[in-house]
Design a protein around this ligand. Structure first.
Ligand SMILES: Nc1ncnc2c1ncn2[C@@H]1O[C@H](COP(=O)(O)OP(=O)(O)O)[C@@H](O)[C@H]1O
Ligand SMILES: [Mg+2]
Length: 334
């Protein structure tokens, strides 16, 4: 069966803030800088990497919430990057995002019941009288009491708001959910409840999930595969256990080595490596990781970004590994 989602050479650039120097072109932030991957139906992909590497921008671009500069996003066989209104409507009715900040992603003037009812009405998921019943069901699905139905977001706790955010995403019976650090702002006990809820829902609804996270322990528990991002690119993708046990890319290795063995549930380290913190405004030549790479070689400084390297069931963007030999059927050994 074909993948639910195919992302091909996706780029998202933003104009950088500040003034351009006279005679010079305005500088660009290449927040997503050539990302390709596929997501199978029912699969959960963890997307990890340091703050600022482009995870949220990638998630938003997939759902057409950010304009795409170049590349393609094919969802359920339809090329969304053409920007056809009917296609975007279809995307909105089958794919949803759970945002990082539960308070700011809900309308402050609407009761949570109205917020959920509006999604059901706009996406025509339920007719008239059934809407309130469905809103109550959604609240109970995410473990919230129906008594909260008339409350405004400001009167709820962070955990309760995030559950409303999840209920809103699930209201459309989605095929794809992109959860952007959706538990990062919550207490540990609530985090565990929300993660358990996502595990249960993905099994029950055969949901495809892109789980953007700082918490590598949670990624290991929840995800089938993981994609590691660095400065707008995916540097390693593969089955989650393989990547955790034997990372191939020096950046993945540094991230995993930096998780203290005693507490695998710890977040991504703020500074997993020495060297300058990365900025997508000043992308280094060659492999963008080379200034911080412990295994840097001369070619890493000049040669184009290394792509199409497949080893041990994963895709690794690193000159340490040979380019895939084209096999007889013309496919890499992914
Ligand atoms: N709307 C925007 N305008 C300009 N720059 C942006 C915008 N959104 C994100 N960026 C920049 O793009 C880069 C990636 O950001 P983001 O996708 O939020 O990273 P992450 O989610 O991994 O922390 C950052 O340098 C950020 O400052
Ligand atoms: Mg983010």
């Amino acid at each position: 069966m074909s993948a639910l989602l195919q992302v091909e050479d996706l780029e998202v650039h933003f104009p950088a803030g500040g003034f351009a120097l006279p005679g010079r072109p305005k500088r660009l932030v290449k927040a997503v800088n050539g990302v390709s991957f596929e997501l199978a139906r029912g699969e959960t992909l963890g997307l990890v990497g340091e703050s600022g590497c482009g995870k949220s921008t990638l998630g938003r671009a997939i759902l057409h919430l950010n304009p795409i500069t170049a590349g393609r996003v094919v969802f359920d066989g339809t090329d969304m990057s053409r920007g056809e209104a009917a296609d975007i409507r279809k995307l909105r009715s089958t794919a949803a995002m759970i945002f990082q900040d539960p308070y700011n992603s809900l309308s402050p003037r609407q009761s949570i019941g109205d917020t959920l009812a509006e999604v059901l009405r706009v996406q025509r998921k339920n007719s008239g009288g059934k809407i309130e019943e469905r809103v109550r069901k959604l609240l109970s699905l995410v473990g919230l009491s129906a008594d909260l139905i008339n409350r405004k977001p400001a009167t709820l706790s962070g955990g309760q708001c995030q559950r409303v955010g999840i209920a809103r995403a699930l209201a459309i019976d989605p095929q794809l959910v992109i959860a952007d650090e959706c538990v990062a702002a919550l207490d540990v006990s609530i985090q565990a409840q929300i993660i358990n809820l996502l595990i249960e829902l993905k099994q029950r609804m055969n949901l495809s999930l892109i789980f953007i996270a700082h918490d590598l322990g949670v990624v290991r528990r929840l995800c089938d595969r993981v994609a590691v991002m660095y400065l707008g690119r995916i540097v390693e993708t593969g089955p989650v256990e393989q990547i955790f046990r034997a990372p191939k890319h020096p950046y993945t290795a540094a991230l995993i080595r930096a998780i203290p063995a005693i507490d695998p549930d710890l977040s991504l380290p703020q500074k997993p490596l020495g060297g300058e913190p990365p900025s997508p405004l000043h992308l280094p030549q060659g492999c963008s990781f080379h200034p911080r790479c412990p295994a840097v070689m001369e070619q890493c400084r000049h040669d184009p970004f290394p792509t199409d390297r497949f080893i041990d069931g994963r895709d690794v963007a690193c000159h340490l590994y040979p380019t895939a030999e084209p096999s007889l059927n013309g496919q890499g050994n992914i």
